[in-house]
Design a protein around this ligand. Structure first.
Ligand code: GAR
Length: 198
């Protein structure tokens, strides 16, 4: 059994995809031991609680220093016994110390085909706005290990998605979620649980 902690900041549709995959038996030998949000009002917290998963807000605002915030996060993850940390729309940049402690045990979902449209400032809807501005005909999503950089860690899985005429950032975001993110995030977790990714 692979124990995972899922870190979220918003709506939590990727978290929902993981929960659904576990409940419908597609994702095997994986258990969500904690969901942690940096925002109290993140809908992702309700999604977790609705499924009996322990969910908590740990806000940077409650800690004077960034290092104390990340110590609290690390403490919670250790206490929960999580072996893998999944960033599912978690929009806080991790500290070096945190990444070092959990090196090789943190993965992230990013809504583009890395190395396109990634790095500092590329998150959420902005990624799709930039893809449309550039006029790419194919975009997608990437699951990668997290290292000290922003979106620079080793790639685990990617899936391409077509950009269509008349797409708005919102329409493209939804298509990338449906056709790529909600598929490859559970698939990457399964691959790690099965020992197929190192
Ligand atoms: C997702 O599209 C995810 O790929 C993106 O935020 C969204 C969260 O949606 N993450 C990033 O941009 C990270 N750089 P969700 O809360 O519904 O899963």
């Amino acid at each position: 059994m692979l124990n995972i902690a899922v870190l979220v900041s918003g709506g939590g549709t990727n978290l929902q995809a993981i929960i659904d995959s576990i409940e419908n038996g597609k994702l095997k030998d994986v258990r969500i031991v904690r969901v942690i949000s940096n925002k109290e009002d993140a809908y992702a917290l309700s999604r977790a609680r609705d499924h009996g998963i322990e969910a908590k807000c740990i806000s940077p605002k409650d800690y004077g220093e960034r290092s104390l915030y990340f110590e609290a996060m690390a403490g919670e993850i250790r206490e929960a016994g999580a072996e893998l940390i999944v960033l599912a729309g978690f929009l806080v940049v991790l500290s070096k110390e945190f990444v070092t402690e959990f090196k090789g045990r943190i993965i992230n979902i990013h809504p583009s085909l890395i190395p396109s449209f990634c790095g500092d400032g590329y998150y959420g809807l902005r990624v799709h706005e930039k893809a449309l501005e550039r006029g790419v005909k194919v975009t997608g999503a990437t699951v990668h290990f997290v290292d000290e950089g922003t979106d620079t860690g080793p790639i685990i899985m990617q899936k391409a998605v077509e950009v269509k005429d008349g797409d708005t950032p919102e329409i493209l975001q939804r298509r990338v979620m449906e056709q790529a993110e909600w598929i490859i995030l559970p698939a990457a977790i399964q691959a790690i649980a099965d020992g197929k990714v190192k």
